[in-house]
Design a protein around this ligand. Sequence first.
Ligand code: VG1
Ligand code: CO
Length: 544
Amino acid sequence: MPIERVDTTPYADQKPGTSGLRKTVAVFRQPHYLANFVQSIFDTQPQLAGETLVLGGDGRFYNREATALILRMAAANGIGRVVVGRGGLLSTPAVSALIRKRGAAGGIVLSASHNPGGPDADFGIKFNVANGGPAPEAVTQAIFERSRTIDGYALVTADAPDFDRPGTSAFAGLTVEVVDPVADYAALMERLFDFDRIAAAIRGGLSVRFDAMHAITGPYAAEILARRLGAGADAVINAVPSEDFGGGHPDPNLVHAADLVAQVMTAGDGPLFGAASDGDGDRNMIVGRGMFVSPSDSLAILAANATVAPGYADGIAGVARSMPTSRAADRVAAALGVLAFETPTGWKFFGNLLDAGQATLCGEESFGTGSSHVREKDGLWAVLFWLNILAARGEGVADVVRDHWRRFGRDIYTRHDYEGVDSGSADTLMGELRGRLGDLLGTRVGSTEIAAADDFAYTDPVDGSRSERQGVRILLADDSRIVYRLSGTGTAGATLRVYMERYERDPARLEDETQGALAGLIAAADEIAGIRRLTGRERPDVVT
Ligand code: VG1
Ligand code: CO
């Protein structure tokens, strides 16, 4: 089959953010836009030649077109084999698992994760390296730099091969292997968790509802939760992936999964355990009767209970959390005598720690938890881990959380997001904060004062790479904390994220309502940074 070289000119805006390149579909549909980026990957990653590449996406609008184009380009660029999910579908953790299982040289994930999908919404592409994890910053930077000078790309002129039927075929020298997106992943989960015990608990009355949010985890949850664990077809709602996620935000949080939360939280005949995942299946939300589990607490609770799961029966080497994630996990690590790490936001920073065996569990406040079983966060994995804990302890979610707070204290935690803020104002806000870090020391805040203020920088303990300007941290003398950073995943204007937490040990106050318990800090966060003054916003758009 003939190969064509297409002349092109660079786009200036192909810099990957927190998790790959995310833009509106309209941007991706500009002439040669996606091809330029994919060619920039191939040009800077010569190790892919002759080797295996895993390819799949979350099924959002443009997934199929992008899959077809990448197959034609992979063939023209000398890739040996592409392992592609049937229909172009694979969850992010399933891509990671497949890269590792097949010894692939890398993978491409087509997703904008929790961002909405559809012709008027967002699309994204992410390159993962041979360990199964997101490309580290040096790699994404090289791809970006290539994209700024690129002048052509190669593709096979013939139509892309069929990727809807499992099987292996040849396409212009490329081996195309279409795989069931679920099979290998489900087998991996079955090795990590005690399926018999979970199934017995479900038979015994542990009712489960999982909201796939019309996104990629539908088929995975149907196979694992509904079928293998016997939760039944009704246990999985919004189970069929749709190109626009049913018109919603596939973002499992208190706002976008409000229906599920309402069903589970209130007494009555609703389920005892609820969970949801995001567009590409790497996030999780856990909720039980009368108890929403903050993601930061979830990481700490998994760490404290890890040994109940067969895959972690020998204990964990360490826990890593992103900087804005609460310090609940650190307290568990200290009690267990294992390592604890604080990394910048984004899963790519966990890869080296996992590879080096220094961290076993990792987590982010943004509904992301995972472990050394893959190199991505993993939504269903977290759900299964929780079910394994509940089954082993014979308790409900609320009991487990309360018990944890009694033992370790509670890091009362909230995140406030101001979305679609004018970029200039957001930059001014962060710039002003950064400029005043020194002056802030000693400033009174309610009954306490600012004890430390910095712009988080991280030196990777494994390869020594340095990442700066990762968010402003304000530590108060009473050990409470405020963090400010700008999102790196949005596609319109800027999103300001403000994270607030306070450590509570008083047994009588462990169950205080979150926003009320943090009211003083919330007011202080506004005062210190001038949020209302500079953004013109009276209140955040999303509170979690
Ligand atoms: C957000 C989260 C971050 C997460 C990232 C990708 O990034 O805060 O913790 O790693 O999304 O997750 P940001 O830069 O917008 O704060 V996903 O599930 O969107 O791939
Ligand atoms: Co995601």
